[in-house]
Design a protein around this ligand. Structure first.
Ligand SMILES: Nc1ncnc2c1ncn2[C@@H]1O[C@H](COP(=O)(O)OP(=O)(O)OP(=O)(O)O)[C@@H](O)[C@H]1O
Length: 234
């Protein structure tokens, strides 16, 4: 479980998160919506200690992130908006294998995870490709594969579908759905709820650093008006 307790955070004198309290259960599939600048990325970056609250606390599986950021980083997989900053290797297979290798897993388990993660993003057989020769969408897919290969307890994704083509998007969505069914908590920030709403257990929408909407998709839809979120036609 990821728990935010009265979390506030400011960049300089600009408050960006204001007294956020919420928890994401294991296996829960949660969409995080809200206008540009409403605080979604800032909230996500608190989940594994990349940012530390000015007040309040964030706990992962009961342990305050501030007490054990390394544990939080291995339990919470993150996929960021700008994957270029996320790569540690020049080659696809080596990059995706990096996290599992750091966990000290046996070679065959690493190979299994890399193959499964690349399959989930429709990049089977691309292990030897150079990352700098990939398109932006392909790089995003490698970044997602890197997080999947860690098989984290929680997965946090910031606009993961930007630049992905339709088959890749469908494949990633299917993988997220099965991970959620297997018990992985998923927190996915998006402006566009159209494809993902059917998979979600819950929608949280932010406005000016606060939680404006929090509920099951069917209830949340009515409340999203005015929050600059694209919703399915009804
Ligand atoms: N490094 C930073 N330094 C100063 N201000 C920042 C920084 N990062 C974000 N902010 C400000 O914090 C506010 C919230 O930003 P955040 O990126 O969390 O919003 P968001 O909801 O993820 O937006 P988007 O939908 O555009 O990704 C914005 O006003 C932004 O300008």
């Amino acid at each position: 479980m990821i728990e935010f307790q009265s979390v506030s955070y400011a960049f300089g004198d600009r408050p960006v998160l204001r007294d956020i309290s919420l928890s994401i259960d294991d296996g829960e599939f949660v969409l995080l919506a809200g206008a540009n600048g409403s605080g979604k990325t800032t909230l996500l970056r608190h989940c594994n200690g990349l940012l530390t609250p000015d007040s309040g606390s964030v706990r992962v599986d009961g342990t305050p992130v501030a007490d054990d950021p390394i544990a939080a980083r291995s339990s919470v997989g993150m996929v960021f908006q700008h994957p270029r900053d996320q790569f540690v290797s020049a080659i696809v297979g080596a990059d995706v294998a990096f996290g599992p290798e750091n966990l000290g897993l046996p070679r065959e388990e690493i190979d299994r995870r890399v193959a499964a993660a690349l399959e989930a993003v429709n990049m089977t057989g691309r292990e030897d490709d150079r990352i700098d020769a990939l398109s932006g969408g392909e790089q995003s897919r490698v970044a997602i594969a890197g997080a999947l290969a860690m098989e984290p307890t929680h997965l946090v994704l910031d606009e993961p579908f930007t630049g992905l083509d339709e088959p890749a998007r469908r494949s990633v969505l299917a993988r997220l759905e099965s991970l959620s069914a297997e018990g992985t908590g998923i927190l996915l920030a998006t402006h566009d709820l159209r494809d993902v709403l059917g998979l979600a257990d819950r929608v949280i929408a932010m406005r000016d650093g606060q939680v404006a909407v929090d509920g099951p998709p069917a209830d949340a839809l009515d409340e999203l008006e005015g929050l600059e979120v694209r919703v399915p036609d009804r």
